[in-house]
Design a protein around this ligand. Structure first.
Ligand code: MN
Length: 734
């Protein structure tokens, strides 16, 4: 760089610094300014040889971050100083000790926290990101300013990402969506959250972003005209009340419009609430709420409100501190418009988050709320049982979780997180109710346990002593409480079955003249290739290891030597006969075609094939399929003259092959019936389900299940077990 260029740059740095002091949201004292000045001087010196990817001097970055911290978020001088110094320890030779010596403990602690949240390198996967996130949240108990400055840092990085290679842009943008935007939201920094989301979209899906961006621009005039017409209708009435106010149109963010388009599967033009109308009024604290409702009353005098879309965040502010009165009204041209009524103070809180909170509320109260939130976070973080990824997912879930309100049949009100199912509701009443849920009714109608509840639903839980959780319930419940209870109940169930299985096993072995001792258990575990004795007992109890299998075990055990010797003897006496006998016994089934279908057939008299022979099927005109030996004298003639009537055929060992079977099931439709049927099928490792079809008609239940099984006895067992299910009337094989 030329000297001249350097001079211009230095002037620009000085200008930015002055600007930083000027735009601070908080009033800075002389002391404050002194602190910020020395932080600035150190940062300039420390970064003097560094340049950003774009080529500009590095110091512009910390200044920009400090500006966001000072103006957009409105933090104190300690935070502004820490923001200026945030990359010093990470990138230069200065240490935390240096910082502490020069700026005191508070600044040093924040810079330390920021340094500890190491930069996430581009190779790190989701779980690493999550781990970093967790680390970041752990610093919360030190000082929440660490996180806030980190978010400002991220915002500036997102704003200046153009000179980065595209793959890095996408990576950083996704991470921002994954971690930083939700966090900004949680802290109540809505403007920053929105900007982070929009910037992320710009890099992750540039076409979508540009498309919506230009459409918003195109519709700007229209929108202004609409707000103008809206305002003109209200103006007289508001003025008559001598209110000081401002009416603004607030366009929805690109990101949220796009989310709406996706969720509702609509085009840009079909998103009807692309902007909200904001009425910001001036009021003394004592009058704030009263005036909000006064304005509400005026607005609804002119426009019809949608009663289901009234939100009073003034009487009960959001946990982020957000306050406002939201209504949706039928505006000009018959369009629903959201109207947000906020005092100037509320508006500031909405835009600045906690910083504004501190300004207005007495500081102690603000601290209590913040501590409350931090404590909850700490609790969640303290649990080592969940992985970092789960934690982040859960955190984000809770972040956006909205509550729904449902009623019990007696009219008691319950609040549940949005997305809760009927089964979650059962567990929220009482664990015992949840564990014995047999069915659920919503607004008088039977619904599946997995049914998602909506606000206002009246939910009735039908219980039965016999009902108990099965593995599918894990898919039906969403709340942590329900899932934990279901899991432990399933474990219990498994133990019970195993205990029963052990008794059954001892009895069955006894009839096979085998005693159940440790040695036998080891042999059994080896023979059935399973891991533990608990598995063994469970399988016997569940009928997976049945009599037939135990007999096989007994046979294998009842000395292999004798049977081997006997075979030898017989073989030598008449080897051919024995072979035939064995083959005949083994190949007991004829199958046709590529699919190895079982079809009706007759054996041809001309060659009289027996099991094991090489054969083919011949489709006759009047007698169905006739099976000939391949060596049949007629074979050649049939094959050459009627090749299109030849069908492949072969003998198989039905105990080894798999075959398809279809079961038709009918009964009385009760909740959980389908679960139980599919559970029985899927819990048996020897059965593969190909297709399932269930339907219910006025309380009658009909189902078809196609399965693949290895042999008839497995199928018979399956039919038997399905018949045992309460409510099942008939099970037939097709
Ligand atoms: Mn930085």
């Amino acid at each position: 760089m030329t000297e001249e260029a350097l001079e211009i740059e230095n002037k620009e740095i000085a200008k930015q610094y002055k600007r930083l002091l000027k735009i601070s949201y908080r009033t800075l004292t002389k002391e404050d300014k002194k602190l910020i000045r020395s932080a600035f001087d150190l940062a300039v010196d420390a970064h003097k040889d560094q340049r950003r990817k774009s080529g500009e001097a590095y110091i512009f970055h910390p200044i920009a971050v400090a500006k966001i911290v000072a103006s957009e978020i409105g933090l104190d001088s300690t935070s502004i100083a820490a923001a200026l110094l945030h990359d010093v320890v990470e990138d230069t030779d200065y240490t935390i000790a240096d910082i502490e010596q020069m700026f005191g403990e508070a600044v040093a602690r924040i810079v330390d926290g920021l340094t500890k949240i190491s930069h996430l390198s581009e190779d790190k996967d989701v779980s690493m990101q999550a781990e970093n996130f967790r680390k970041m949240l752990l610093t919360l108990n030190e000082d929440i300013r660490v996180i806030i400055i980190k978010i400002a840092d991220r915002l500036h990085n997102m704003q200046t990402m153009d000179s980065m290679p595209p793959h890095k842009q996408v990576k950083i943008a996704s991470e921002t969506l994954y971690i930083y935007a939700p966090l900004a939201h949680r802290i109540g920094m809505y403007n920053i959250k929105t900007e982070l989301e929009d910037l992320s979209l710009k890099y992750t899906e540039p076409e979508v972003y540009n498309d919506i961006f230009s459409k918003i621009k195109d519709s700007k005039e229209q929108q202004d005209a609409y707000i103008e017409s809206f305002t003109s209708i209200l103006k007289n009435s508001l003025d008559k009340e001598e209110l000081e106010y401002e009416i603004k149109g607030r366009p929805k963010s690109i990101y949220s419009i796009r989310r709406k388009m996706m969720v509702q599967n609509v085009t840009f033009d079909e998103v009807y609430d692309k902007f909200a109308v904001r009425i910001i009024y001036n009021a003394i604290p004592e009058n704030e709420k009263f005036l909000a409702w006064k304005i509400y009353s005026i607005v609804t005098d002119h426009f019809r409100p949608n009663p289901t879309r009234l939100r009073d965040w003034i009487s009960s502010p959001k946990s982020t501190g957000y306050e406002a009165l939201h209504i949706t009204v039928m505006g000009p041209k018959g369009r629903w418009v959201e109207v947000q009524i906020r005092s100037e103070r509320m508006n500031e809180i909405a835009e600045k988050g906690f910083a504004a909170h501190y300004k207005y509320k007495n500081k102690e109260k603000g601290d209590v709320e913040l501590d409350d939130w931090l404590n909850k976070l700490q609790d969640a973080l303290g649990s080592d049982e969940i992985s970092a990824v789960d934690f982040v997912e859960e955190f984000k879930l809770n972040l956006y979780a909205k509550e729904i309100f449902v009623f019990s049949p007696m009219g008691d009100l319950y609040s549940l997180p949005k997305g809760s199912t009927a089964l979650d509701f059962a567990f929220s009443i009482h664990t015992e109710v949840g564990l014995h849920t047999r069915g659920t009714k919503v607004n008088g109608k039977l619904v599946p346990l997995s049914h998602h509840l909506k606000s206002g639903d009246q939910v009735e839980i039908i219980t039965s002593d016999k009902a108990k959780p099965n593995a599918n319930w894990l898919d039906y419940a969403t709340s942590g409480r329900a899932l934990t209870k279901i899991k432990s109940s399933l474990k219990e169930e498994e133990k019970l079955i195993a205990a029963e299985g052990k008794v059954v096993l001892a009895r069955k072995l006894k009839s096979l003249k085998i005693t159940l001792d440790e040695n036998t258990i080891n042999q059994l575990v080896n023979f059935f290739k399973i891991k533990t004795s608990l598995d063994l007992f469970y399988r016997v109890g569940a009928g997976i290891i049945d009599n037939k299998k135990l007999k096989e075990f007994a046979a294998s055990r009842n000395n292999a030597f004798v049977s081997f010797f006997k075979n030898r003897l017989r073989k030598t006496s008449n080897p051919e006969d024995i072979d035939k006998e064995e083959i005949t016994a083994k190949y007991d089934q004829l199958v046709f075609g590529k699919e190895e279908d079982k079809l009706d057939y007759k054996l041809a008299i001309c060659c009289n094939p027996i099991p094991g022979d090489k054969v083919f099927g011949f489709i006759t005109v009047s007698e169905g399929i006739k099976v000939h030996k391949k060596s049949c004298p007629n074979a050649l003639q049939l094959q050459s003259n009627f090749s299109y009537r030849i069908i492949k055929a072969k003998w198989i060992d039905s105990t080894q092959s798999e075959f398809k079977s279809e079961l038709v099931i009918s009964g009385i439709d009760t909740m959980g019936l389908v679960n139980e049927v599919t559970k029985i099928i899927s819990s048996n490792h020897n059965i593969n389900m190909i297709s399932v079809h269930f339907e219910s008609d006025d309380g009658v239940f009909n189902g078809q299940v196609k399965v693949v099984v290895k042999n008839i006895s497995i199928l018979d067992n399956l039919v038997k077990n399905i018949k045992k299910i309460n409510g099942i009337d008939k099970v037939t094989r097709v």
